[in-house]
Design a protein. Structure first.
Length: 107
């Protein structure tokens, strides 16, 4: 029985032959999982994986639409979860512990 591919949302299974776009999208997805910190432009991805320009652009776009990749200001594609995460500064909590009078005299 075929089920939906979590990466590209198309049916998978024995009876379904994946298109080149689906195969390349899965490959790019797997490569980004295997190499945390991978940062490639579309042209670099084309050369690395031997993908035609239009297919590479479309595969990268599918992975951006799926929320897996994002494009940086300088045109590199990176995993959405890579990089530093900005968190608000920590604040110290102030506790005001008032002991009952009976407990203070026991010290």
């Amino acid at each position: 029985m075929a089920h939906a591919d979590p990466v590209v949302g198309v049916p998978t299974g024995d009876a379904v032959s994946p298109t080149p776009l689906v195969m390349y999208t899965r490959r790019i997805y797997s490569e980004y999982l295997e190499m945390p910190g991978l940062r490639l432009t579309c042209a670099q991805a084309q050369r690395l994986w031997g993908i035609e320009a239009a297919t590479c652009s479309e595969a990268l776009q599918l992975l951006m639409d799926a929320g897996f990749l994002r494009r940086t200001d300088n045109g590199q594609f990176v995993r959405l979860t890579d990089g530093s995460v900005t968190t608000p500064p920590l604040r110290m909590a102030k506790a005001d512990l008032k002991l009952p009078q009976a407990d203070r005299s026991a010290r």
